[in-house]
Design a protein around this ligand. Structure first.
Ligand code: GAR
Length: 192
């Protein structure tokens, strides 16, 4: 079965969407582990409640970004993942760990890339006067939020929208997008 490791820094609703889809029989994957750089990440709680190995790796235990990345990815590799999913993982990764996992690591980002890499994407879409907004799932490359796009989802921006209303409307679409991309990648792997 297609082995997936999730990295998440926060709430964990995208992780939860994967867990729910798997439980519903819609996602033939083995969610083998969840890692976080934040001890209090909701994602760790969600993983533990689902019986998935959950590990906090404390950035403060390391002298440099590279040292943290090397240690965390050594642990990730211990689970032999076919796919690594960054689901709200808010740290920039060092180029060496990314390059070694080219084509095996994806990220969900709340904008219609290549628009708005980085932070505050909802506010930036509003400030630009955009009429639509969305989310992208892309392969991770060393440049931030810049790898080949696998799929996107779109929502209209309507009068009166705020960053909060956009985020709330986009989130369920993000969940569906991520589940669908992971399902596609698992199906592709099953065919080869
Ligand atoms: C999601 O909106 C995701 O697109 C975003 O963080 C949120 C995580 O929510 N990711 C990024 O901004 C990455 N640059 P979650 O913890 O509930 O899944």
């Amino acid at each position: 079965m297609f082995r997936v490791v999730v990295l998440a820094s926060g709430r964990g609703s995208n992780l939860e969407a994967l867990i729910r889809a798997r439980a519903a029989g819609l996602l033939p994957i083995n969610l083998v582990a969840v890692f976080s750089d934040r001890a209090k990440a909701g994602a760790l709680e969600i993983a533990r409640a689902a019986g998935i190995t959950a590990q906090f790796v404390n950035p403060r235990d390391f002298d440099s970004r590279e040292a943290f990345d090397q240690a965390m990815f050594a642990a990730v590799d211990g689970h032999a993942p076919d796919l690594i999913v960054l689901a709200g993982f808010m740290r920039i990764l060092s180029p060496s760990v990314v390059a070694l996992r080219a084509g095996r690591m994806i990220n969900i980002h709340p904008s219609l890339l290549p628009k708005y890499p980085g932070l505050h994407t909802h506010q930036r879409a509003l400030d630009a006067g955009d009429v639509e907004h969305g989310a992208s799932v892309h392969y991770v490359i060393p440049d931030l939020d810049a790898g080949p796009i696998l799929a996107q989802t779109r929502i209209p921006i309507v009068p009166g929208d705020s960053p909060e209303s956009l985020a709330a409307r986009l989130l369920p679409k993000e969940h569906a997008l991520l589940v669908s991309v992971v399902a596609d990648l698992a199906a592709q792997a099953a065919r080869t």
